[in-house]
Structure formats: structure tokens, C-alpha cells
Design a protein around this ligand. Structure first.
Ligand code: GDP
Ligand code: ZN
Length: 322
């Protein structure tokens, strides 16, 4: 008999997929068959981890998805509308893009103040990307055991800049266990994307949140991403306490979005808020008289660091748009 239903893509292996009817965790294989309506524009993969899809499958009478096998996979008949998605592009100029994940409830951007030292303009670019794609972002400041004693003022500065900009910052340490419970609780019942520059402790954090994921996390090498076969890399894991994690290896090509000069300020939430009082619309918040953003920077209401990232993006923007 034929069964149909809706499920979430939990693994994208290029030509085949694993689906599960979340919150139930019972993944079953599926393939794309026939003419599925494609929606992801010029991306290399029409279906991404996190996509909600309709499937149909032939099973024995009375059976359900547990009887679906690799030999007799379900077929994906429709990809349902996405609430958001996040894209990685190969290079600035390339038209090729890859949908990393869809329907993400929270992106956790893991950073460290030392080894590797977070580069604020880079972090700000990632935050802008999340804003553009409509993915809420939380910053995870890891390795706090290292600098809490040595450089508390550096930590305080980081908090001032990012909580000031309206972002949540969770302090964590895999060494002392600080913040791990907070993170675990935060992930409950949500689809969570973890990203971070290599070395910040992203794998260690995921393993601390759920030790049973240890064998699976951090195994994907970034080297693969430079190759052509970038479609088999993403997978969603269920953490024991409920909640789903998508581990994104490396950050190259992530955080590149095409924005017009006048749009960039819309994706710095604190500037967007202040810009309502700018005399001119649109305002680039650079040379215009009566600019409320510049005034807020002078008064210290918007951090000089974030404003400087903004100016950097304005300049780059000009460069990339020939
Ligand atoms: P990833 O590349 O982001 O996945 O980073 P890893 O999880 O592989 O960690 C990189 C290095 O940082 C390893 O040597 C970890 O032991 C270390 N590390 C991770 N988290 C912490 C932490 O909270 N405190 C300290 N002191 N070291 C950490
Ligand atoms: Zn302005």
C-alpha cells in the first residue's frame, strides 16, 4: 500500500536523503523522484537538511515508515515552503551556491577571544548574513576559562559590544563546564546550526552538550568543501535531551551576501533602530547631516567596533560590485 506524510530532511547525501517526522526520531531513506518543484534558485542542491518535505512510499499493508529501506526508499514529492535558509557561496564572484540548512531556529556562532582570536569584522559579517536570511543568531563565547582570570576587561568589552547590539552572548567553557547546561537547555526542541572558525571549540562544545554524539561530530574535514562534491556534508543530529544540531564545518564562503550600500545598515539591528531618526532616507550613515546613527556612535550608544565593521562592509561592497 502507499503511505504519504510530511517529514524533515535530517541528512543530505547528495542523491539520497534521510527523513524523520520530528520530533519523532526514526530516520528513513528517501530519494527525489520525478519532477519535484525546485525552489532554491541557482543553488546546487534543491533539498537541504532541515527542509520539510512531503513523501510517499510503498510499504506492506499495515506497515509504516519503519519498513522503508534503502532498496525501497520513500520518494520526496514536494518541498514545503521554508521559513528561512542559509547559503554558502563558493567565492564572491561565483554564482554557485549551496544551501547549508533550511528552517533553522537558531544559529550559534561560536567564537573565542584567543587561539583563534575572534575578528570582529568577520563576526559582524556572519551576523549580517543571519539577519539577511532571517535566521536568529546567538553568540557563544567559548574558552572563558582561559581569559576570565587573565583578561576580564577583554571579555567585558566583547559583551558590551554584542549585548549592546542586541545579541545574546552565552559564555561557555568545556574545561569548567560553565554555560554547557544553558546551551543544552537552549537547544531543546529547536533546530540549531553551529558554526565557528576552526579551533574555537565547536566540536568540543557539541560533544559536551551531548557526549553520545562524540563519534560523529567534528569528523567532516573542511578540505572536502573546496572540492566539487559538496552535497553530502550536512546532517542533523538529535541531542538526547531533545533538540537538533546541524554542524557546519568551516566558514569559508559563509557570510557573503550581495547587499546594496543603502541596505547594509538594515542588518545591523542597533543601526536600523537608530536610523529612524536620520534626517535623510536612505542614509548611508557616513557623511549625511542629521544622521542619528553617527550621533549614536559619538554618544557611545552604538559601539565604535560595530560601526567600523559597517564602514568596512560599505567599502567592500563597492569593490565587489565593480
Ligand atoms: P573546533 O575546530 O571548533 O571543532 O574546535 P575543537 O573542539 O577541536 O577544539 C579546539 C581546541 O580547543 C582543542 O584543543 C580543545 O581542547 C580546545 N578547547 C575547546 N573548548 C575549550 C574550552 O572551553 N577551554 C579551553 N581552554 N580549551 C578548549
Ligand atoms: Zn544615518
Amino acid at each position: 500500500m502507499t503511505i504519504t506524510g510530511e517529514a524533515t530532511v535530517v541528512k543530505n547525501a547528495g542523491s539520497h536523503f534521510l527523513l524523520s517526522r520530528l520530533p519523532e526520531w526514526a530516520p528513513f531513506p528517501a530519494v527525489l523522484k520525478g519532477r519535484v518543484r525546485l525552489r532554491a534558485g541557482d543553488s546546487t542542491n534543491p533539498v537541504a537538511v532541515g527542509d520539510r518535505v512531503r513523501y510517499q512510499a510503498e510499504v506492506q499493508d499495515g506497515a509504516d515508515t519503519e519498513s522503508i529501506s534503502l532498496e525501497n526508499p520513500a520518494s520526496i514529492s514536494e518541498i514545503l515552503d521554508r521559513k528561512n535558509h542559509i547559503i554558502r557561496r563558493s567565492t564572491n564572484l561565483s554564482r554557485q551556491s549551496h544551501v547549508i540548512a533550511a528552517n533553522v531556529d537558531m544559529a550559534y556562532i561560536v567564537v573565542s577571544l584567543y587561539f583563534p582570536e575572534v575578528k570582529l569584522p568577520f563576526l559582524d559579517r556572519l551576523l549580517v548574513t543571519c539577519e539577511v536570511y532571517g535566521v536568529p543568531a546567538t553568540i557563544v563565547l567559548n574558552k572563558v576559562d582561559v581569559y576570565a582570570g587573565q583578561a576580564p576587561e577583554y571579555m567585558a568589552d566583547f559583551h558590551r559590544i554584542y549585548t549592546g547590539a542586541g545579541y545574546r552572548v552565552i559564555d561557555t567553557s568545556v574545561v569548567t563546564g560553565q554555560g554547557i547546561d544553558v546551551l543544552r537547555e537552549d537547544c531543546r526542541g529547536r533546530v540549531c546550526l553551529f558554526s565557528g572558525e576552526s579551533g574555537v571549540g565547536k566540536s568540543s562544545l557539541i560533544k559536551a552538550v551531548d557526549p553520545s554524539l562524540s563519534p560523529k561530530i567534528g569528523k567532516i574535514s573542511t578540505a572536502h568543501l573546496q572540492g566539487k562534491h559538496t552535497t553530502s556534508l550536512y546532517e542533523m543530529y538529535r541531542i538526547a535531551t531533545g533538540g537538533y544540531i546541524i554542524d557546519t564545518p568551516g566558514l569559508r564562503g559563509f557570510g557573503l551576501v550581495d547587499l546594496k550600500k543603502e541596505e547594509i545598515g538594515l542588518y545591523f539591528p542597533e543601526m536600523l533602530k537608530a536610523s529612524q531618526d536620520c534626517r535623510f532616507t536612505p542614509c548611508t550613515h557616513t557623511h549625511e547631516p542629521g544622521c542619528a546613527v553617527k550621533e549614536a556612535v559619538e554618544q557611545g550608544l552604538i559601539s565604535a567596533e560595530r560601526y567600523s565593521s559597517y564602514l568596512g562592509m560599505l567599502e567592500e561592497d563597492g569593490k565587489f560590485r565593480q
